[in-house]
Design a protein. Structure first.
Length: 320
């Protein structure tokens, strides 16, 4: 995508890449070519170890500190390669005057190392504001000890108190929306399903002070380690706006960096997007999903789309 000062960003991956741990090396090989065709920034996929190991695209986050360095989830490299290859890929891009955006996933964690018995209630999956069961003990995969990393970089151990809820009870082998007793879903999220805080896996509690401090600590480590220039923020419609207002402001002040950020708020409702931008005080941009939909419809119209209307009801028109 381009803006008025002729910046062009490329998404340098797609969902169905083979799990052969070669993407980072391909970036290194193609960095100079990307510069020659006018690419000025590259969005790279999640670089940390995910629940599915080498087969995972990276959105089922397991260990944010494992960039393909430790033998976890039956692999050392991620789907895209090793930590050393990732860092070299970033160096190659920056050496060719290309900025790098890292894909950051904070909403959920998956692939826990141990279970815990937790008191929880079931919420209606179609209206998470409605509880449909009495409190009961469930067995939840919520404890993350990262034995393969052995506390290197961080000794933070995640447990059930760091999450709002889960979607699986190991005791009854049952799938449902389980909210931990005494917890509440975050406000300032999308209103789909009543409240769309919960998406998948272990829903990270971004009201928990220990969690927020750990994520800030991780982000400083990540920026210092990788020297990326900014972030693509995953699933922000499920994350309260106040969190990113605080988080991004903190990082920019601590690192004295611009740190461009673009959020994925996947909704065609323009008012929802504008509201989130207002709530975050424009600390991030958002992908223009309504424009995406207009382009999709135009491309599938057999030449019958009125191109004069392509920018109607879009972010680029409302917030150029």
């Amino acid at each position: 995508m381009k803006n008025s000062i002729n910046q062009t960003m490329m998404q340098y991956f797609e969902w169905y890449l083979k799990p052969d741990a070669t993407l980072w090396n391909k970036v290194i090989t193609n960095a100079s070519y990307l510069e020659s065709i006018g690419i000025t920034s590259v969005w790279l996929p999640p670089a940390y170890k995910a629940a599915g190991g080498i087969y995972d695209t990276g959105y089922g986050v397991y260990d944010l500190y494992d960039l393909g360095e430790f033998n976890q989830k039956e692999t050392i490299p991620t789907k895209y390669g090793t930590k050393e290859e990732y860092l070299n890929a970033i160096k190659a891009l920056k050496g060719n005057s290309i900025k790098v955006l890292a894909d950051i996933v904070f909403n959920q964690k998956m692939g826990a190392d141990e279970t815990e018995d937790v008191l929880a209630v079931e919420d209606d999956p179609h209206n998470r504001n409605t509880t449909i069961s009495e409190p009961k003990l469930i067995t939840a995969w919520t404890k993350y000890t990262f034995p393969g990393r052995e506390n290197k970089y961080s000794d933070f151990i995640w447990n059930w108190t760091h999450f709002h809820g889960v979607d699986w009870d190991e005791k009854e082998k049952k799938n449902a929306i389980y909210k931990f007793y005494g917890k509440t879903w975050d406000k300032q999220v999308d209103s789909e399903n009543g409240n769309y805080d919960y998406l998948m896996g272990c829903d990270v509690d971004l009201n928990n002070v220990d969690v927020v401090n750990e994520l800030k600590k991780w982000a400083i480590w990540y920026l210092t380690t990788t020297h990326v220039d900014g972030f693509r923020l995953d699933a922000v419609k499920h994350i309260r706006a106040d969190f990113y207002l605080d988080f991004l402001t903190y990082l920019r002040e601590e690192k004295s960096q611009e740190l461009f950020a673009v959020g994925e708020y996947w909704s065609s409702n323009l008012e929802s997007l504008l509201n989130y931008l207002d709530q975050t005080k424009n600390v991030m941009s958002l992908f223009d999903v309504p424009l995406h939909n207009n382009l999709f419809n135009a491309a599938n119209s057999n030449g019958n789309y009125d191109m004069r209307t392509i920018f109607n009801n879009t972010l680029v028109k409302s917030r150029p």
